[in-house]
Design a binder for this molecule. Structure first.
Ligand code: HEC
Length: 485
C-alpha cells in the first residue's frame, strides 16, 4: 500500500492549518448541539414540574438558535471536514474509514435520529403535549450525545491506539486509552457551551423582566457545575497520552504549550466566573458578558483541538501513519526506491520551475513536507532554513526526526533529498530563471551517510508498537530541540 493521492495547495496556508480551522469550527458547533439537547431537556422538565414558569418560552427561543446554528452550520462544516480531509490527507481518512466503517455507520444512524427528533420538535411542538415534547427532546439529546460517543472513539484512537496496534480488534481500537477521559471531558465542554449560549439567548428573548432573566440564567448555569471535574479529567486525559506527545504539550513544543495554556486559562476564567458569579452569588449576566465568555469558550475549544491534533505529530494515526501519509514501515523501502518516482501528478506552476531537478525537489516537498509546511507562507521552510548553508540543510533534512522529534524520518533517496535542497535554495535565491540542471553527485555519499546515521525509525520511541503505553524514554533530541530555540 503505497498509493499517492492528489493533495490541494492552499497557497500560504499549510494544509494542516486549513484542516484544523474547519475542524475547530465544526467541533464547536457540534458540541453546542450535544449540550443544547441536554439543556433543553432540563428546561422542559423545569417547565413541566412548575419549577420555572418562564422555562417554556426559553425552550422555544433556544431551540430556534440550536436549529439554525447547529443543524445548518454544523451540517455544512461537517461536510466541510470530509471535503478538506480528503484534500489534505486521503490516506488518513481512508485508514479511519477502513477500520471503523461500522462505527461510523452507527454514528450516522444516531445523527439521523437526532435530525428527525429535532425536526419533529421544531415543526410540531406547539401542537404536542408537554410530555411528548419532553420525549422528543430526550430522544434528540440522547441521539446527539450518542453521535459524540461514537465519533469520540475514532478520534481518540488516532492518538492513543493502545492495544489495537497488536490485536487490531475494533473494540480495542474504539475503547482505547483516551476514550473515557475525552468522552467525559467533551461532555462537560458541551454542557458548558450550551449554558453560555443559553445566557446569550436569555438576553435576547423579548418581554422578560430582569428578575425573570436572572432566574433563567441561574438555572442555565447549573449545566456548568460539572466544570469542577475538568481539572481531574484533563489530567487523566494527559496521563492517557503517549509520553512523547505529553512532553510536547508540557513544554517540548513552545507553540503547543502556548495553545495548551490558552485553553487552560480560558477554561479557568469561564469556570471561575460561572461558579463564583452565577452559581454562588447568583449574579445577573448581560448579553455582552455572556458573548465574551462564549468567545473565551471558543478560544478554549480552539486551543484544545489544536493541542489534540498537534500532539499527534509526527503521526495522524500513531505508529500507523505519518502526517504526510507515509507508513513507518514504508520508509526503508522509499529510501531505496524513491518517493516521487511513481508520483503521477504534476506540481502546481510546473512550467515556472527551471528544470527537472527543481521539479523533483518540489514533488518531494509536496509528498513529505507540504502537509505541515509551506515554502514561503506559514511554517515556511525557506524561512526556517534561512540561516543554514547547503550542507547544514542536507544534514538536518537527512536527520529530520532528530532535527525536530515531531517530524517523521526522511523517506526518499539521497538524490531526492539533494533535489529538495536545490528546490529550497532556488526559492531562497528568489526563483531565478536559470539553475543547475544536474545535481552534484559528490554530495550524495555524505547525504547517504547522514540518512543511514539517522535510521528509519521515528524519534523518541521504539519502533515496536507494544511499547505504546509504556513509558518511553524521550530521545535526547527533544531536550536539545527545546534548548535550541
Ligand atoms: C508532521 C509535520 C511535519 C512534517 C511532515 C515536516 N515537518 Fe518540518 N517541522 C514541523 C514543525 C512543527 C516544525 C517546528 C517549526 C518551528 O519550530 O517553528 C518543523 C521544523 C522544521 C525545520 C526547522 C528546524 C529547526 O531546527 O529549526 C525545517 C528545516 C523543517 N521542518 C523542514 C522540513 C522538511 C524539509 C520536511 C519534509 C522532508 C519537513 N520539515 C516535514 C513539522 C513537520
Amino acid at each position: 500500500m503505497n498509493a499517492i493521492y492528489p493533495v490541494n495547495d492552499y497557497g500560504p496556508l499549510m494544509p494542516g492549518l486549513v484542516m484544523a480551522a474547519v475542524a475547530i469550527v465544526h467541533v464547536f458547533l457540534a458540541q453546542f448541539a450535544v449540550g443544547g439537547g441536554i439543556l433543553l431537556c432540563y428546561f422542559q422538565w423545569l417547565a413541566m414540574t412548575g419549577r420555572s414558569v418562564d422555562a417554556r418560552s426559553f425552550v422555544h427561543g433556544y431551540f430556534k438558535v440550536l436549529v439554525l446554528i447547529s443543524f445548518v452550520l454544523g451540517a455544512l462544516t461537517g461536510v466541510g471536514i470530509w471535503f478538506t480531509s480528503i484534500q489534505v490527507s486521503a490516506p488518513t481518512i481512508g485508514e479511519m474509514v477502513f477500520h471503523f466503517h461500522w462505527i461510523w455507520a452507527t454514528e450516522w444512524t444516531f445523527f439521523c435520529l437526532e435530525v428527525v427528533a429535532g425536526y419533529c420538535f421544531y415543526r410540531y411542538h406547539d401542537q404536542l403535549s408537554a410530555r411528548t415534547c419532553l420525549t422528543l427532546l430526550v430522544l434528540y439529546a440522547f441521539a446527539a450525545w450518542m453521535s459524540l460517543f461514537w465519533i469520540n472513539g475514532i478520534l481518540s484512537w488516532q492518538l492513543t491506539p493502545g492495544h489495537w496496534l497488536t490485536t487490531h480488534s475494533i473494540v480495542d481500537g474504539f475503547l482505547n486509552p483516551g476514550f473515557w477521559p475525552s468522552l467525559f471531558f467533551r461532555t462537560i465542554v458541551c454542557m458548558t457551551l450550551a449554558a453560555l449560549i443559553g445566557c446569550v439567548v436569555v438576553n435576547v428573548i423579548p418581554d422578560l423582566s430582569r428578575e425573570q432573566r436572572q432566574e433563567l440564567i441561574n438555572k442555565a448555569a447549573h449545566l456548568m457545575i460539572p466544570m469542577l471535574a475538568m481539572p481531574v479529567l484533563g489530567a487523566w486525559y494527559l496521563y492517557s497520552m503517549p509520553s512523547d506527545s505529553r512532553s510536547w504539550v508540557l513544554g517540548g513544543s513552545p507553540a503547543m504549550m502556548l495553545f495548551f495554556m490558552i485553553s487552560v486559562g480560558a477554561s479557568l476564567a469561564i469556570g471561575g466566573y460561572a461558579l463564583i458569579g452565577l452559581w454562588l452569588q447568583k449574579l445577573y449576566i448581560n448579553g455582552a458578558t455572556a458573548s465574551l465568555l462564549l468567545l473565551l469558550a471558543f478560544g478554549a475549544t480552539a486551543g484544545g483541538e489544536f493541542v489534540r491534533e498537534g500532539s499527534r505529530k509526527p503521526y495522524t494515526v500513531r505508529h500507523v501513519l505519518y502526517s504526510n501519509g507515509i507508513r513507518p514501515e514504508e520508509v526503508a523501502g522509499l529510501r531505496f526506491r524513491g518517493c516521487v518516482s511513481d508520483d503521477p501528478f504534476p506540481v502546481i506552476h510546473e512550467k515556472q520551475l527551471p528544470n527537472e531537478v527543481v521539479t523533483i525537489g518540489a514533488k518531494v516537498f509536496r509528498r513529505q513536507c507540504a502537509v505541515c509546511h509551506t515554502m514561503e507562507g506559514s511554517n515556511a521552510v525557506v524561512h526556517l532554513t534561512g540561516a543554514w548553508d547547503a550542507d547544514q540543510m542536507r544534514m538536518n533534512i537527512a536527520k529530520l526526526q532528530q532535527t525536530k522529534p515531531f517530524m517523521p524520518p526522511f523517506a526518499g533517496t539521497a538524490g531526492e533529498l539533494e533535489s529538495l535542497v536545490q528546490y529550497i535554495q532556488w526559492v531562497h535565491a528568489k526563483r531565478p530563471g536559470s539553475w543547475p540542471g544536474t545535481i552534484d553527485e559528490s554530495n550524495l555519499p555524505k547525504i547517504q551517510r547522514w540518512l543511514d546515521e539517522a535510521g528509519t525509525a521515528p524519534a523518541g520511541n521504539s519502533p515496536h508498537p507494544q511499547t505504546t503505553e509504556a513509558e518511553i524514554s524521550i530521545a535526547p533530541s527533544v531536550a536539545l530541540g527545546s534548548l535550541k530555540r
